[in-house]
Write a protein that binds this ligand. Structure first.
Ligand code: SF4
Length: 238
């Protein structure tokens, strides 16, 4: 590696978080073309997983940011660490939300830990506590990658079983997150079609050693990050 390249790598290491160090050669190429400042900006625009800026995952991260910023702005947010009162297996998440979680798990957990989650998901079916709750402190083990519905609790006013929410009419702050998660535009038309979700435990059951079990799902998983949304939708039909 040349002196120039070494110096760029040193500077990159200070601006690129650990998770991104796998991508350093990509940044190095950009550095040769456009200089250090541009690469840092490009990294932020490309998002946490270096995904395509118009990908289905970029769309999902947009919703995450919207919901998180609403929660943050509430003077008295009702959802907080240590409360896992509504964390159950009794809800469905979309395929793209699960892809995001799977990528997170592969970065943060060992394969044997992911396999342990799968083993738990395969236990006799029940709608008990979510398998991602850490019962030491009732925190969420995939908090940064948690699905949309987990980010919406506290922003919905129709959850009658949460005593904290009974007097908090927050639905006007709700964000419609269906497009690009459950609803997709049919290629060549302006019609939308619905792709159903599944409980988290269903998705995890369909993995093997941290990878999706079917070849089609593996291709969709990669495309969710690396292709633009239209290409991803076309692949749904293949
Ligand atoms: S994913 Fe996390 S926040 Fe969502 S239900 Fe499970 S433990 Fe709770």
């Amino acid at each position: 590696m040349s002196m120039f390249a070494t110096s760029i790598m040193d500077q990159l290491s200070s601006v690129v978080p650990e998770d991104f160090l796998d991508w350093k050669w990509h940044y190095l190429t950009l550095a040769n073309e456009s200089g250090i400042q541009n690469i840092a900006i490009r990294r932020i625009q490309m998002g946490k997983y270096n995904h395509h800026p118009n990908s289905i995952i970029a769309n999902l991260e947009y919703y995450f940011k919207e919901l998180d910023s609403i929660q943050k702005d509430l003077s008295n947010p009702v959802c907080r660490k240590g409360c896992s009162g509504c964390c159950s297996n009794d809800f469905e998440i979309s395929m793209t939300e699960f892809f995001y979680i799977l990528r997170y798990m592969n970065i943060h957990f060992s394969v044997s830990t992911i396999e342990e989650f799968r083993r738990k998901a395969q236990e006799p079916f029940h709608f008990g506590p979510c398998l991602f709750i850490d019962h030491n402190d009732e925190s969420c083990q995939i908090y940064e990658a948690r699905p949309l519905i987990c980010r919406k609790y506290g922003l919905l006013d129709n959850l009658t079983d949460c005593p904290l929410l009974s007097d908090v009419p927050l639905s006007e702050k709700n964000v419609n997150t269906a497009d690009g998660t459950f609803l997709f535009v049919l290629p060549g038309t302006d019609k939308k079609f619905y792709v159903g979700g599944h409980p988290l435990i269903y998705w995890i059951e369909h993995t093997e050693n941290g990878q999706l079990a079917s070849e089609k799902m593996k291709r969709l998983y990669e495309a969710a990050f690396s292709e633009d949304e239209r290409q991803f939708v076309k692949m749904l039909f293949l």
